[in-house]
Ligand binder design. Structure first.
Ligand code: KIV
Length: 300
């Protein structure tokens, strides 16, 4: 399956995202912050795209949010392709970035490039996101060489959940902060066009943002990043269980959906749904047929 690139007025592109980097020089005007949300399916992608979100991230969070896995680790490249295609079909303006899932870039550089190429060629992704800092320098450089724009992701990287020992804020000690700065710089020098900073103290995220010349996209990294990303289901009140401190909920869709479904069940059970106005009506011919006495079954 091949995919056609989206071009046209207002299309968000990788150079466009790079140009939204806020510079600390006194003469430069502050740039509009970059908005990024996760999207996993066609109707949601269409809504977010039309609402003006800059980047639609087909995150491997799809595993936990939509597929019901306990972590992001089981997500496969085929699952990512399936969801990336759907998001691509619903998107005209936003930049579509697909996560490379755990295992798809850990075996060899060749296999990793092959998997990233699939996300672009078969899925319609315009860039891929890769978790990890210094360790990913070679891979990021190879992907960029293969014309695949890369978004880095440092700080809390959910694919390293076992190594990190849980979902904790990263970079809290001086040593950890130094490593995080090295990671962010490494991702930049390897050629990434942006980097996600996840669960990082706000002052450290602000310092990294100031030091880098590529945009930082924060999630739980405070207000000074060049952009922000959230898992859409957190914003819509659709996630169950623990809600991270940084996830601002704008609407209670779980409540809305439960109320709507309870209303539907009650209406079906009381017989008030469907009403006459929601039914199809007979033609004159059908009415005559229905009024005529039923045919007696013919003997053979
Ligand atoms: O998978 C995802 O949704 C992510 C974002 C939370 C940055 O990586």
């Amino acid at each position: 399956m091949s995919v056609a690139p989206r071009v046209g007025e207002g299309k968000i592109t990788v150079p466009g995202i790079l140009s939204r980097k806020n510079s600390s020089s006194a003469s430069s005007q502050p740039k509009t912050k970059i908005t990024c949300l996760t999207a996993y399916d066609f109707p949601t992608a269409r809504l977010l795209d039309r609402s003006g979100v800059d980047i639609l991230l087909v995150g491997d969070s799809v595993g936990m949010v939509v597929l019901g896995y306990d972590s992001t680790l089981p997500v496969t490249i085929d699952e990512m392709l399936h969801h990336t295609r759907a998001v691509h079909r619903g998107t005209q303006r936003a930049l579509v970035v697909a996560d490379m899932p755990y295992g798809s870039f850990h075996v060899s550089i060749e296999e990793s490039v092959r998997n990233a190429v699939r996300l672009v060629k078969e899925g319609g992704a315009e860039a891929v996101k890769i978790e990890g800092g210094e360790r990913r320098i070679e891979l990021i450089a190879r992907l960029v060489e293969a014309e695949i724009p890369v978004m880095g992701h440092v700080g809390l990287t959910p694919q390293s959940i076992h190594a990190l020992g849980g979902f904790h804020v990263q970079g809290k000690t001086a040593e950890a902060a130094r490593q995080l700065e090295r990671d962010a710089r490494a991702v930049q020098s390897a050629g990434a066009f942006a980097v996600v900073l996840e669960s990082v103290p706000r002052d450290l995220a602000a310092r990294i943002t100031e030091k880098l010349h590529i945009p930082t996209i924060g999630i739980g990294a405070g207000p000074d990043c060049d952009g922000q990303v959230l898992v859409l289901h957190d914003l819509l009140g659709l996630t169950q269980g623990h809600k991270p401190k940084f996830a601002r909920q704008y609407v209670d869709l779980s409540g809305e959906i439960s109320r709507a479904v309870a209303g539907y069940c009650a209406d079906v059970q009381s017989g008030s749904f469907p009403a006459d106005a929601e039914s199809f009506h007979s033609t004159a011919e059908l009415r005559d047929y229905l009024r005529a006495p039923a045919l007696v079954k013919q003997r053979s």
